[in-house]
Design a protein around this ligand. Structure first.
Ligand SMILES: [Mg+2]
Length: 285
C-alpha cells in the first residue's frame, strides 16, 4: 500500500475552472473514492504522482455541496499518512473496508453507532473463527512465504509475496471458509484482510448513505481492485467509474453497471469520469 511518501504534483494541459455551472446541473451529493490506484496512480518506489486536476475538481465539487468520502482498505493511521502527500482532506474516511470516520478539524470522529456494531461483529467473528484462524495461520506459516499481519495481537490479514502466491492463499481460504458462515476476506492485490461477511466497501458506503440521507442515485463510486467490487454496483452507486489501471474484474463490473472505464491512470481517470458526469449528467453518455 506504499510506504514512500515523497511525491510530485502533475498538471494536465486543460483546466476545469469554468465547469462550476455545469457541475450544478448534476445531482451528485456523495463521492466514494478508493485511494491507492484510484485517487492516486499506482506507485512502488518512484515518487507518488498527485493529479492536480483531481484536487481542483474535488475542491470544486465540495464548494457545490458534494460530500467526498475516501473508501479505502487503509487503517485511519495510514489514511493520515496518505493525506500528508495528497493535498485534499476528504469529509469522511471509510477505513479497512468497514469503519466510518468524519473529518473533524485536523482529526477524525467515529460514527459511533456503526463502528461499535462493526467492532462487536468482529469480536464475535474472532471468537467463532478461532479454530479456523489457527488453521489458516498454520497454513500460511508452513506452506507460504507470505507475511502475517497482526493488529493488537490478532491475526487480521496477510501480505503475499506475489499475485500467484495470493491466488493459492485465496484457494485455501475458499476451501475452508464455509466452516464459519460469517468469515470472509477483502483482497487488494497482494494484500488481504479477514472480515465479517456483512462488512465491505459496499455495505460501509450504504451505512454512510443512511447516515447522511443520500440515495444511490446521488452517489458516485470509483475503485480499481478486488476490494472495490462490492461498492461498484449500480444499486449502491448509480454512477460508477474506474481508471485504466484497474483489474479486469473491476472494468467488467463498471461496464456492467453502466459506468465509465477511463483510459487514463489513477486520479486523471477520475477527473475524466467526473467531467463526463458534470457535462452530461451520466458518465457514459
Ligand atoms: Mg485501490
Amino acid at each position: 500500500m506504499g510506504g514512500d511518501f515523497s511525491f510530485q504534483i502533475r498538471t494536465l494541459p486543460f483546466s476545469f475552472a469554468h465547469e462550476s455551472d455545469r457541475l450544478l446541473m448534476t445531482n451528485l451529493r456523495l463521492l466514494s473514492l478508493d485511494f491507492d490506484g484510484t485517487m492516486i496512480a499506482p506507485w512502488e518506489s518512484e515518487p507518488a504522482t498527485v493529479s492536480q486536476p483531481l484536487v481542483d475538481h474535488l475542491n470544486l465539487l465540495r464548494r457545490h455541496g458534494t460530500i467526498i468520502a475516501m473508501n479505502t482498505g487503509r487503517t485511519l493511521e495510514l489514511v493520515d499518512k496518505a493525506l500528508k502527500f495528497f493535498p485534499f482532506r476528504p469529509d469522511y474516511a471509510l477505513t479497512t473496508e468497514r469503519e466510518i470516520y468524519k473529518a473533524n478539524g485536523s482529526g477524525w470522529e467515529p460514527i459511533a453507532e456503526w463502528n461499535e456494531d462493526c467492532q462487536q461483529s468482529h469480536d464475535q467473528l474472532y471468537r467463532d473463527a478461532s479454530e479456523l484462524l489457527a488453521d489458516v495461520e498454520r497454513y500460511l506459516s508452513n506452506r507460504t512465504q507470505a507475511r502475517l499481519h497482526r493488529e493488537s495481537g490478532r491475526l487480521v490479514g496477510v501480505v503475499a509475496q506475489d499475485p500467484p502466491e495470493m491466488e493459492g492463499i485465496i484457494s485455501y481460504l475458499d476451501s475452508q471458509r464455509r466452516r464459519v458462515a460469517e468469515f470472509s476476506y477483502q483482497r487488494n492485490g497482494i494484500y488481504l484482510r479477514f472480515c465479517h461477511a456483512r462488512f465491505d466497501k459496499g455495505s460501509v458506503l450504504q451505512g454512510l448513505q443512511a447516515h447522511l440521507g443520500i440515495e444511490p442515485g446521488e452517489t458516485f463510486a470509483a475503485g480499481d481492485n478486488y476490494n472495490d467490487l462490492p461498492m461498484l454496483r449500480r444499486e449502491i452507486a448509480r454512477h460508477l467509474a474506474c481508471p485504466v489501471n484497474s483489474i479486469i474484474e473491476v472494468k467488467t463490473a463498471v461496464r456492467e453497471g453502466g459506468g465509465y472505464v477511463s483510459d487514463q491512470v489513477g486520479g486523471d481517470g477520475l477527473v475524466e469520469a467526473l467531467s463526463r458526469l458534470s457535462s452530461t449528467g451520466d458518465v457514459n453518455s
